[in-house]
Write a protein that binds this ligand. Structure first.
Ligand SMILES: [Zn+2]
Ligand SMILES: [Zn+2]
Length: 367
């Protein structure tokens, strides 16, 4: 059982030495040059997909400034932290949320982006993932991740946009993906509802991008609408399970949920679970194991009740966690705090985001 705790690091953070490759080393060096104390990093390295237990790795100690770290820790990790001179205490009622799918670069946030982010931070959102849908938005996502320590980015081409893919796009996406805060490849997939790009082209480009994500060793952010069977077929044929990923804004049926889980993927639920007519989706959500659930707003789209009709924003991800706690709680006791803690921990595991983020005051100053 994982418990949210506050870990106070006195004089060092610990880093994992698990066969890290160049890319991870770059990331660590960058981390060491000034951002070194932000956490007890899960630096397993994408080069080594083997599932290391965090306690089983040898570690390096790096001197750095004292810093408080928020973390979700297992008993073994707590034991380890104590051994290494860290103070560990209960987190209490503190909210820890990760909004795993946002479009923070969207023009609808241009007038008040900082205020939107501050509101979300005040509502307990510790980290955000902002998504690329083409080359321009992938660049914008990376530049947001550069500006804010608690924002992470993805790069990729949405099925709506694949008709625009030019000769140099994949090279540029490869280059952007080298940024240390790019945590996934996507959103990619198939959307036969709108068919903004021809279906055959969507399938071809989806296949290519699954291969590219495997080359980059990045997990996949999957967008699929009215295209369940083809999505699963392509993921199987192109070995998507090798990198894993998430079916974002899950809205499929029980068959898709089962197949996605069998492939080792996570399912992410959005404000749609709060919609009155989403009874089937709520029933499916109740069957998803807690260690495979993520939450997201997909803002500025899909605003949850009771704010429907307005622009969506990441602060509302809490409403989704509350809905999940209410629904899961109908069969087994489940607090909102547990849903927040477990979904955040899942996000950290899938996207290799460091457990915990810098303390609020520090992170706001750090940009
Ligand atoms: Zn999508
Ligand atoms: Zn999206």
């Amino acid at each position: 059982m994982l418990v949210p705790v506050l870990i106070r690091s006195r004089q060092h953070v610990m880093e994992f030495e698990c066969g890290r490759k160049g890319r991870q080393r770059d990331k660590d060096e960058r981390q060491d040059q000034g951002d070194c104390g932000s956490n007890d990093r899960t630096s397993e390295g994408r080069g080594s997909r083997a599932d290391h237990g965090r306690g089983a790795c040898s570690r390096n100690l790096h001197l750095c400034q004292p810093r408080k770290v928020l973390a979700l820790a297992s008993q073994a990790e707590l034991h380890h932290a104590t051994l290494h001179g860290q103070e560990v205490g209960p987190l209490g009622e503190k909210t820890v949320l990760i909004d795993t799918h946002t479009h923070l670069d969207d023009a609808r946030f241009d007038g008040d982006r900082d205020a939107v982010i501050t509101r979300a931070r005040e509502a307990g959102v510790e980290a955000f993932i902002t998504i690329g849908c083409d080359v321009a938005t992938s660049r914008a996502a990376v530049s947001l991740a550069d500006r804010y320590p608690f924002i992470y980015a993805t790069v990729g081409v949405h099925p709506h946009e694949v008709k625009c893919i030019g000769d140099d796009w994949y090279d540029e996406l490869r280059r952007l993906a080298q940024h240390p805060k790019v945590v996934a490849y996507g959103e990619i997939g198939l959307d036969y509802h709108y068919n903004h790009s021809p279906p055959k082209l969507q399938r071809d480009r989806f296949r290519e991008q699954v291969c590219l994500a495997r080359e980059l060793r990045l997990p996949l952010v999957i967008h699929t609408r009215e295209a369940q069977e083809d999505t699963i077929k392509i993921l199987k044929e192109e070995k998507g399970s090798e990198v894993g990923g998430v079916f974002h804004c899950f809205s499929g049926d029980a068959w898709l949920a089962k197949d996605a889980l069998n492939l080792g993927f996570f399912l992410s639920f959005s404000g749609v679970v709060t919609f009155q007519n989403a009874t089937m989706l709520r029933d499916i959500m109740k069957t998803v194991p807690m260690d495979r659930l993520l939450v997201e707003t997909d803002c500025p789209y899909l605003t949850p009740a009771p704010h429907r009709g307005k622009r969506n924003e990441p602060a509302y991800v809490k409403l989704i966690a509350e809905k999940i706690a209410e629904l899961k709680g109908s069969t087994e006791p489940m607090s909102v705090q547990e849903v927040e803690g477990l979904t955040s921990q899942n996000a950290c595991r899938l996207f290799k985001i460091p457990y915990g983020t810098p303390e609020r005051g520090q992170s706001e100053n750090a940009r």
